[in-house]
Design a protein around this ligand. Sequence first.
Ligand SMILES: CC(C)(COP(=O)(O)OP(=O)(O)OC[C@H]1O[C@@H](n2cnc3c(N)ncnc32)[C@H](O)[C@@H]1OP(=O)(O)O)[C@@H](O)C(=O)NCCC(=O)NCCS
Length: 389
Amino acid sequence: MSAKFVENVCVLGAGSTKYGKLDDSISDITVQASAAAIENAGIEPKEIKAGYISNVFGVADKQVHLGPVVMSNLGISERPSLSIESACGSGSVSFREAYANVAAGFYDAVLVTGVEKVTHTGTEWTTTYFSYCSDFFYEGQAGASFPGLFASMARAYLNEFDATEEDLASVAVKNHDNGLSNPKAHLRKKITIDDVMNSAVVASPLKLFDCCPFSDGASSVVICNEQFAKDHSKDYVKVIGSGRGGSPAALQGRDHLTTIPSTKLAAADAYKMAGITAKDVDFAEVHDCFTVAEVVDTEDLGFFEKGKGAKAARNGETRLNGSISINPSGGLKSKGHPIGATGVGQVVEVFEQLTGQSGQRTVNDAKIGLTQNFGATGASCAVHIFQSV
Ligand SMILES: CC(C)(COP(=O)(O)OP(=O)(O)OC[C@H]1O[C@@H](n2cnc3c(N)ncnc32)[C@H](O)[C@@H]1OP(=O)(O)O)[C@@H](O)C(=O)NCCC(=O)NCCS
Protein backbone atom coordinates (compact mmCIF):
# COMPACT_ATOMS: atom_id res chain seq x y z
CA MET A 1 0.00 0.00 0.00
CA SER A 2 1.37 3.42 -0.91
CA ALA A 3 0.08 6.54 0.82
CA LYS A 4 -1.01 9.49 -1.33
CA PHE A 5 -2.77 12.57 0.03
CA VAL A 6 -6.43 12.81 -0.96
CA GLU A 7 -8.30 16.06 -1.42
CA ASN A 8 -11.60 15.27 0.23
CA VAL A 9 -12.53 12.98 3.10
CA CYS A 10 -16.20 12.08 3.40
CA VAL A 11 -18.67 10.45 5.77
CA LEU A 12 -20.48 7.68 3.86
CA GLY A 13 -22.64 6.03 6.49
CA ALA A 14 -23.68 6.24 10.14
CA GLY A 15 -25.31 4.07 12.79
CA SER A 16 -26.03 4.15 16.49
CA THR A 17 -27.56 2.10 19.24
CA LYS A 18 -30.12 3.75 21.45
CA TYR A 19 -28.50 5.72 24.28
CA GLY A 20 -29.60 4.96 27.87
CA LYS A 21 -29.35 1.99 30.20
CA LEU A 22 -28.55 -0.96 27.92
CA ASP A 23 -28.49 -4.67 28.82
CA ASP A 24 -26.18 -5.96 26.06
CA SER A 25 -22.42 -6.17 26.65
CA ILE A 26 -19.98 -3.46 25.60
CA SER A 27 -18.72 -5.69 22.77
CA ASP A 28 -22.23 -6.38 21.53
CA ILE A 29 -23.29 -2.73 21.39
CA THR A 30 -20.02 -1.74 19.69
CA VAL A 31 -20.61 -4.35 16.98
CA GLN A 32 -24.30 -3.39 16.63
CA ALA A 33 -23.46 0.28 15.93
CA SER A 34 -20.56 -0.64 13.63
CA ALA A 35 -22.66 -3.07 11.59
CA ALA A 36 -25.42 -0.46 11.31
CA ALA A 37 -22.97 2.16 9.97
CA ILE A 38 -21.52 -0.28 7.42
CA GLU A 39 -25.00 -1.23 6.24
CA ASN A 40 -26.05 2.43 6.08
CA ALA A 41 -22.96 3.14 3.93
CA GLY A 42 -24.10 0.43 1.50
CA ILE A 43 -20.78 -1.44 1.65
CA GLU A 44 -19.51 -4.84 2.78
CA PRO A 45 -17.43 -5.20 5.99
CA LYS A 46 -14.44 -6.36 3.92
CA GLU A 47 -14.31 -2.92 2.28
CA ILE A 48 -13.34 -1.43 5.68
CA LYS A 49 -9.53 -1.20 5.79
CA ALA A 50 -9.01 -0.16 9.45
CA GLY A 51 -10.97 0.55 12.64
CA TYR A 52 -10.71 3.36 15.23
CA ILE A 53 -12.53 2.52 18.45
CA SER A 54 -12.97 5.11 21.20
CA ASN A 55 -13.76 4.04 24.73
CA VAL A 56 -12.82 5.16 28.24
CA PHE A 57 -14.05 2.63 30.81
CA GLY A 58 -14.16 -0.72 29.02
CA VAL A 59 -12.63 -2.11 32.19
CA ALA A 60 -16.02 -1.53 33.88
CA ASP A 61 -17.58 -4.13 31.52
CA LYS A 62 -14.51 -6.39 31.45
CA GLN A 63 -13.42 -5.58 27.89
CA VAL A 64 -10.60 -3.29 26.88
CA HIS A 65 -8.64 -3.55 23.58
CA LEU A 66 -12.00 -3.38 21.85
CA GLY A 67 -10.60 -2.83 18.34
CA PRO A 68 -9.70 -6.43 17.49
CA VAL A 69 -12.88 -7.71 19.16
CA VAL A 70 -15.02 -5.53 16.91
CA MET A 71 -13.06 -6.33 13.76
CA SER A 72 -13.26 -10.07 14.53
CA ASN A 73 -17.01 -9.89 15.08
CA LEU A 74 -17.39 -8.09 11.75
CA GLY A 75 -15.49 -10.93 10.05
CA ILE A 76 -12.48 -8.77 9.21
CA SER A 77 -10.01 -9.79 11.92
CA GLU A 78 -7.08 -9.18 9.57
CA ARG A 79 -7.77 -5.43 9.50
CA PRO A 80 -5.75 -3.21 11.88
CA SER A 81 -7.48 -1.26 14.62
CA LEU A 82 -6.63 1.39 17.18
CA SER A 83 -8.33 1.84 20.56
CA ILE A 84 -8.38 5.50 21.64
CA GLU A 85 -9.04 7.22 25.00
CA SER A 86 -9.36 10.97 25.47
CA ALA A 87 -11.99 11.15 28.25
CA CYS A 88 -15.37 12.56 27.13
CA GLY A 89 -13.66 13.76 23.93
CA SER A 90 -12.54 10.29 22.86
CA GLY A 91 -15.01 10.03 19.97
CA SER A 92 -13.91 13.19 18.19
CA VAL A 93 -10.22 12.39 18.69
CA SER A 94 -10.87 8.98 17.19
CA PHE A 95 -12.66 10.62 14.27
CA ARG A 96 -9.72 12.97 13.78
CA GLU A 97 -7.19 10.09 13.70
CA ALA A 98 -9.31 8.22 11.19
CA TYR A 99 -9.74 11.39 9.13
CA ALA A 100 -5.96 11.99 9.10
CA ASN A 101 -5.24 8.45 7.95
CA VAL A 102 -7.77 8.63 5.11
CA ALA A 103 -6.53 12.11 4.14
CA ALA A 104 -2.95 10.82 4.09
CA GLY A 105 -4.03 8.07 1.73
CA PHE A 106 -3.23 5.13 3.99
CA TYR A 107 -6.76 3.73 3.69
CA ASP A 108 -9.65 4.42 1.31
CA ALA A 109 -12.38 3.57 3.85
CA VAL A 110 -12.31 3.12 7.63
CA LEU A 111 -14.68 2.59 10.55
CA VAL A 112 -14.88 4.96 13.53
CA THR A 113 -16.89 3.63 16.46
CA GLY A 114 -17.27 5.04 19.97
CA VAL A 115 -18.77 3.20 22.91
CA GLU A 116 -19.38 3.35 26.67
CA LYS A 117 -21.10 0.96 29.09
CA VAL A 118 -21.12 2.29 32.66
CA THR A 119 -24.66 2.57 34.04
CA HIS A 120 -24.46 -0.87 35.71
CA THR A 121 -21.73 0.41 38.05
CA GLY A 122 -24.10 2.90 39.74
CA THR A 123 -23.80 6.65 40.32
CA GLU A 124 -21.21 6.51 43.10
CA TRP A 125 -18.76 4.35 41.18
CA THR A 126 -19.36 6.03 37.85
CA THR A 127 -18.72 9.44 39.41
CA THR A 128 -15.50 8.08 40.90
CA TYR A 129 -14.37 6.55 37.59
CA PHE A 130 -15.15 9.79 35.73
CA SER A 131 -13.10 11.79 38.23
CA TYR A 132 -10.04 9.86 37.00
CA CYS A 133 -10.43 11.92 33.79
CA SER A 134 -9.82 15.17 35.69
CA ASP A 135 -6.34 16.27 36.80
CA PHE A 136 -6.75 13.77 39.62
CA PHE A 137 -3.95 15.13 41.81
CA TYR A 138 -5.53 18.60 42.07
CA GLU A 139 -9.21 17.82 41.38
CA GLY A 140 -10.56 14.27 41.63
CA GLN A 141 -8.63 13.23 44.70
CA ALA A 142 -9.70 16.44 46.45
CA GLY A 143 -13.33 15.45 45.92
CA ALA A 144 -14.05 17.63 42.88
CA SER A 145 -16.41 15.64 40.64
CA PHE A 146 -17.38 16.92 37.18
CA PRO A 147 -20.70 18.40 38.41
CA GLY A 148 -18.62 20.28 41.02
CA LEU A 149 -16.06 21.55 38.50
CA PHE A 150 -18.72 22.73 36.04
CA ALA A 151 -20.61 24.32 38.95
CA SER A 152 -17.50 26.47 39.53
CA MET A 153 -17.65 27.52 35.89
CA ALA A 154 -21.38 28.24 36.17
CA ARG A 155 -20.92 30.33 39.32
CA ALA A 156 -18.15 32.34 37.62
CA TYR A 157 -20.34 32.87 34.54
CA LEU A 158 -23.32 34.09 36.58
CA ASN A 159 -21.06 36.46 38.56
CA GLU A 160 -19.29 37.84 35.52
CA PHE A 161 -22.14 38.34 33.05
CA ASP A 162 -25.75 39.45 32.86
CA ALA A 163 -27.18 35.92 33.18
CA THR A 164 -29.45 33.97 35.52
CA GLU A 165 -29.95 30.35 36.53
CA GLU A 166 -33.18 30.46 34.51
CA ASP A 167 -31.15 31.37 31.40
CA LEU A 168 -29.03 28.26 31.95
CA ALA A 169 -32.21 26.23 32.53
CA SER A 170 -33.49 27.29 29.09
CA VAL A 171 -30.64 25.29 27.52
CA ALA A 172 -31.95 22.11 29.18
CA VAL A 173 -35.54 22.87 28.16
CA LYS A 174 -34.50 23.35 24.52
CA ASN A 175 -32.37 20.19 24.42
CA HIS A 176 -35.13 18.09 25.98
CA ASP A 177 -37.51 19.49 23.32
CA ASN A 178 -35.10 18.43 20.58
CA GLY A 179 -34.54 15.02 22.16
CA LEU A 180 -38.28 14.29 22.00
CA SER A 181 -37.87 13.92 18.22
CA ASN A 182 -34.84 11.65 18.53
CA PRO A 183 -35.86 7.99 18.93
CA LYS A 184 -32.32 7.09 20.08
CA ALA A 185 -32.23 9.69 22.91
CA HIS A 186 -31.79 8.63 26.55
CA LEU A 187 -34.05 11.20 28.32
CA ARG A 188 -37.10 11.79 26.14
CA LYS A 189 -39.17 14.00 28.37
CA LYS A 190 -40.56 17.52 27.96
CA ILE A 191 -39.47 19.82 30.79
CA THR A 192 -40.06 23.46 31.72
CA ILE A 193 -37.83 26.09 33.29
CA ASP A 194 -39.73 25.53 36.55
CA ASP A 195 -38.94 21.79 36.38
CA VAL A 196 -35.24 22.61 36.09
CA MET A 197 -35.33 25.23 38.84
CA ASN A 198 -37.21 22.90 41.19
CA SER A 199 -35.06 19.83 40.53
CA ALA A 200 -32.59 18.64 43.18
CA VAL A 201 -29.40 20.64 43.57
CA VAL A 202 -26.45 18.53 42.42
CA ALA A 203 -23.67 21.13 42.83
CA SER A 204 -24.96 24.68 43.24
CA PRO A 205 -25.93 26.40 40.99
CA LEU A 206 -26.36 23.23 38.88
CA LYS A 207 -29.46 21.16 39.45
CA LEU A 208 -30.42 17.68 38.22
CA PHE A 209 -31.82 18.95 34.92
CA ASP A 210 -28.71 21.09 34.29
CA CYS A 211 -26.70 17.85 34.12
CA CYS A 212 -26.32 15.24 31.41
CA PRO A 213 -27.09 11.68 32.56
CA PHE A 214 -24.77 8.69 32.73
CA SER A 215 -25.52 6.69 29.57
CA ASP A 216 -24.56 3.50 27.78
CA GLY A 217 -24.41 3.55 24.00
CA ALA A 218 -22.39 3.15 20.83
CA SER A 219 -22.18 5.23 17.64
CA SER A 220 -20.33 4.59 14.43
CA VAL A 221 -19.49 6.18 11.08
CA VAL A 222 -17.78 5.02 7.91
CA ILE A 223 -15.39 7.58 6.45
CA CYS A 224 -13.62 7.37 3.12
CA ASN A 225 -12.03 9.33 0.29
CA GLU A 226 -14.37 11.06 -2.14
CA GLN A 227 -13.67 8.68 -5.02
CA PHE A 228 -14.71 5.74 -2.82
CA ALA A 229 -17.85 7.65 -1.81
CA LYS A 230 -18.77 8.40 -5.42
CA ASP A 231 -18.09 4.80 -6.49
CA HIS A 232 -20.66 3.64 -3.99
CA SER A 233 -23.11 6.24 -5.38
CA LYS A 234 -24.64 7.12 -2.10
CA ASP A 235 -25.46 10.31 -0.25
CA TYR A 236 -22.33 11.43 1.53
CA VAL A 237 -21.05 14.44 3.44
CA LYS A 238 -17.65 16.16 3.08
CA VAL A 239 -15.38 16.89 6.04
CA ILE A 240 -14.19 20.43 5.28
CA GLY A 241 -12.51 21.38 8.57
CA SER A 242 -10.73 19.58 11.39
CA GLY A 243 -9.05 21.20 14.39
CA ARG A 244 -7.75 20.20 17.81
CA GLY A 245 -6.63 22.15 20.85
CA GLY A 246 -5.61 21.79 24.48
CA SER A 247 -6.13 23.65 27.78
CA PRO A 248 -4.47 23.35 31.21
CA ALA A 249 -5.81 20.05 32.60
CA ALA A 250 -6.92 21.49 35.96
CA LEU A 251 -9.27 24.49 36.20
CA GLN A 252 -6.83 26.18 38.57
CA GLY A 253 -4.32 26.47 35.71
CA ARG A 254 -6.65 28.62 33.61
CA ASP A 255 -6.83 32.42 33.42
CA HIS A 256 -10.64 32.39 33.16
CA LEU A 257 -13.38 29.91 34.09
CA THR A 258 -15.85 31.25 31.54
CA THR A 259 -14.05 30.17 28.40
CA ILE A 260 -12.42 26.92 27.25
CA PRO A 261 -9.13 27.63 25.46
CA SER A 262 -9.01 24.26 23.66
CA THR A 263 -12.36 24.96 21.97
CA LYS A 264 -11.14 28.30 20.64
CA LEU A 265 -7.91 26.77 19.32
CA ALA A 266 -9.67 23.80 17.70
CA ALA A 267 -12.35 26.06 16.18
CA ALA A 268 -9.80 28.51 14.78
CA ASP A 269 -7.98 25.65 13.02
CA ALA A 270 -11.19 24.09 11.71
CA TYR A 271 -12.65 27.38 10.42
CA LYS A 272 -9.35 28.26 8.72
CA MET A 273 -9.13 24.89 7.02
CA ALA A 274 -12.77 25.11 5.88
CA GLY A 275 -12.34 28.73 4.73
CA ILE A 276 -15.46 29.79 6.60
CA THR A 277 -16.44 31.72 9.74
CA ALA A 278 -18.93 30.95 12.50
CA LYS A 279 -21.57 32.91 10.54
CA ASP A 280 -21.56 30.26 7.79
CA VAL A 281 -22.50 27.40 10.15
CA ASP A 282 -26.17 26.32 9.96
CA PHE A 283 -26.21 24.07 13.03
CA ALA A 284 -23.86 22.60 15.60
CA GLU A 285 -23.67 19.62 17.91
CA VAL A 286 -21.75 20.94 20.93
CA HIS A 287 -20.55 19.48 24.21
CA ASP A 288 -23.35 20.36 26.66
CA CYS A 289 -22.40 18.01 29.52
CA PHE A 290 -23.88 20.73 31.76
CA THR A 291 -26.05 23.65 30.66
CA VAL A 292 -23.30 26.18 31.35
CA ALA A 293 -20.99 24.23 29.02
CA GLU A 294 -23.32 24.76 26.05
CA VAL A 295 -23.45 28.49 26.75
CA VAL A 296 -19.64 28.74 26.96
CA ASP A 297 -19.25 26.54 23.84
CA THR A 298 -21.50 28.74 21.73
CA GLU A 299 -19.40 31.77 22.69
CA ASP A 300 -16.03 30.05 22.21
CA LEU A 301 -17.15 28.80 18.78
CA GLY A 302 -17.95 32.39 17.79
CA PHE A 303 -21.74 32.07 17.48
CA PHE A 304 -22.30 34.71 20.19
CA GLU A 305 -20.20 37.41 21.83
CA LYS A 306 -18.61 36.62 25.19
CA GLY A 307 -21.23 36.88 27.92
CA LYS A 308 -24.19 36.87 25.50
CA GLY A 309 -24.68 33.11 25.06
CA ALA A 310 -26.98 32.58 28.02
CA LYS A 311 -29.39 35.32 26.96
CA ALA A 312 -29.27 34.08 23.36
CA ALA A 313 -30.39 30.64 24.59
CA ARG A 314 -33.14 32.20 26.71
CA ASN A 315 -34.34 34.24 23.72
CA GLY A 316 -34.71 31.09 21.62
CA GLU A 317 -31.89 31.84 19.20
CA THR A 318 -30.41 28.35 19.62
CA ARG A 319 -33.68 26.45 19.22
CA LEU A 320 -34.30 24.17 16.25
CA ASN A 321 -34.42 26.54 13.27
CA GLY A 322 -33.55 29.55 15.42
CA SER A 323 -30.73 31.83 14.22
CA ILE A 324 -28.34 28.89 14.77
CA SER A 325 -29.70 25.46 15.74
CA ILE A 326 -27.64 24.08 18.62
CA ASN A 327 -27.84 20.38 19.46
CA PRO A 328 -30.78 19.36 17.25
CA SER A 329 -30.15 15.76 18.43
CA GLY A 330 -30.99 16.72 22.03
CA GLY A 331 -27.30 17.01 22.90
CA LEU A 332 -25.61 15.28 25.81
CA LYS A 333 -28.37 16.62 28.09
CA SER A 334 -31.23 14.71 26.46
CA LYS A 335 -29.72 12.36 23.89
CA GLY A 336 -27.30 11.21 26.60
CA HIS A 337 -23.56 11.03 27.17
CA PRO A 338 -21.95 7.58 26.77
CA ILE A 339 -18.59 9.28 27.03
CA GLY A 340 -16.50 7.25 24.55
CA ALA A 341 -19.33 7.41 21.99
CA THR A 342 -20.41 11.04 22.26
CA GLY A 343 -18.01 12.60 19.73
CA VAL A 344 -18.91 9.97 17.12
CA GLY A 345 -22.62 10.36 17.95
CA GLN A 346 -22.34 14.05 17.09
CA VAL A 347 -21.01 13.12 13.63
CA VAL A 348 -23.89 10.64 13.22
CA GLU A 349 -26.32 13.51 13.84
CA VAL A 350 -24.59 15.83 11.37
CA PHE A 351 -24.54 13.08 8.72
CA GLU A 352 -28.24 12.35 9.22
CA GLN A 353 -29.08 16.07 9.11
CA LEU A 354 -27.12 16.73 5.92
CA THR A 355 -28.44 13.62 4.12
CA GLY A 356 -32.10 14.14 4.98
CA GLN A 357 -32.42 11.36 7.56
CA SER A 358 -33.41 13.36 10.68
CA GLY A 359 -37.19 13.50 10.42
CA GLN A 360 -38.92 15.97 12.70
CA ARG A 361 -35.70 17.42 14.08
CA THR A 362 -34.44 18.51 10.64
CA VAL A 363 -32.65 21.85 10.45
CA ASN A 364 -34.21 23.50 7.39
CA ASP A 365 -31.96 24.04 4.35
CA ALA A 366 -28.82 23.13 6.30
CA LYS A 367 -25.62 22.89 4.26
CA ILE A 368 -22.90 23.23 6.93
CA GLY A 369 -22.83 21.46 10.32
CA LEU A 370 -20.18 21.61 13.07
CA THR A 371 -19.27 19.25 15.91
CA GLN A 372 -17.42 20.24 19.10
CA ASN A 373 -16.52 17.61 21.67
CA PHE A 374 -14.16 17.96 24.60
CA GLY A 375 -12.55 15.83 27.30
CA ALA A 376 -12.96 16.56 31.04
CA THR A 377 -13.49 20.32 31.62
CA GLY A 378 -12.14 21.01 28.13
CA ALA A 379 -8.55 19.91 28.67
CA SER A 380 -8.68 18.52 25.14
CA CYS A 381 -11.06 19.39 22.31
CA ALA A 382 -11.73 18.62 18.66
CA VAL A 383 -13.91 20.56 16.24
CA HIS A 384 -15.02 19.27 12.84
CA ILE A 385 -16.95 20.98 10.07
CA PHE A 386 -19.04 19.15 7.48
CA GLN A 387 -20.72 20.19 4.23
CA SER A 388 -23.45 18.54 2.22
CA VAL A 389 -22.68 17.67 -1.42
C1 LIG B 1 -27.00 14.25 37.84
C2 LIG B 1 -26.64 12.92 38.44
C3 LIG B 1 -25.82 13.13 39.73
C4 LIG B 1 -27.93 12.15 38.77
O1 LIG B 1 -27.58 10.90 39.32
P1 LIG B 1 -28.61 10.16 40.31
O2 LIG B 1 -29.15 11.14 41.29
O3 LIG B 1 -27.91 8.96 40.86
O4 LIG B 1 -29.76 9.76 39.35
P2 LIG B 1 -30.31 8.29 39.09
O5 LIG B 1 -29.46 7.63 38.03
O6 LIG B 1 -30.50 7.56 40.39
O7 LIG B 1 -31.72 8.61 38.48
C5 LIG B 1 -32.78 9.13 39.28
C6 LIG B 1 -33.83 9.72 38.37
O8 LIG B 1 -33.33 10.93 37.76
C7 LIG B 1 -33.27 10.77 36.35
N1 LIG B 1 -32.02 11.36 35.92
C8 LIG B 1 -30.78 10.91 36.19
N2 LIG B 1 -29.88 11.78 35.70
C9 LIG B 1 -30.57 12.76 35.11
C10 LIG B 1 -30.20 13.92 34.43
N3 LIG B 1 -28.92 14.22 34.28
N4 LIG B 1 -31.16 14.74 33.94
C11 LIG B 1 -32.46 14.43 34.11
N5 LIG B 1 -32.88 13.32 34.77
C12 LIG B 1 -31.94 12.51 35.24
C13 LIG B 1 -33.32 9.29 36.08
O9 LIG B 1 -33.90 9.01 34.82
C14 LIG B 1 -34.18 8.80 37.20
O10 LIG B 1 -35.55 9.08 36.91
P3 LIG B 1 -36.69 8.00 37.24
O11 LIG B 1 -36.62 7.84 38.74
O12 LIG B 1 -37.94 8.67 36.73
O13 LIG B 1 -36.28 6.78 36.51
C15 LIG B 1 -25.79 12.07 37.44
O14 LIG B 1 -26.58 11.82 36.32
C16 LIG B 1 -24.52 12.83 37.02
O15 LIG B 1 -23.55 12.90 37.76
N6 LIG B 1 -24.50 13.36 35.77
C17 LIG B 1 -23.30 14.00 35.25
C18 LIG B 1 -22.44 12.96 34.51
C19 LIG B 1 -21.08 13.51 34.18
O16 LIG B 1 -20.42 14.14 34.99
N7 LIG B 1 -20.59 13.24 32.96
C20 LIG B 1 -19.31 13.71 32.53
C21 LIG B 1 -19.42 15.14 32.13
S1 LIG B 1 -17.87 15.91 31.87
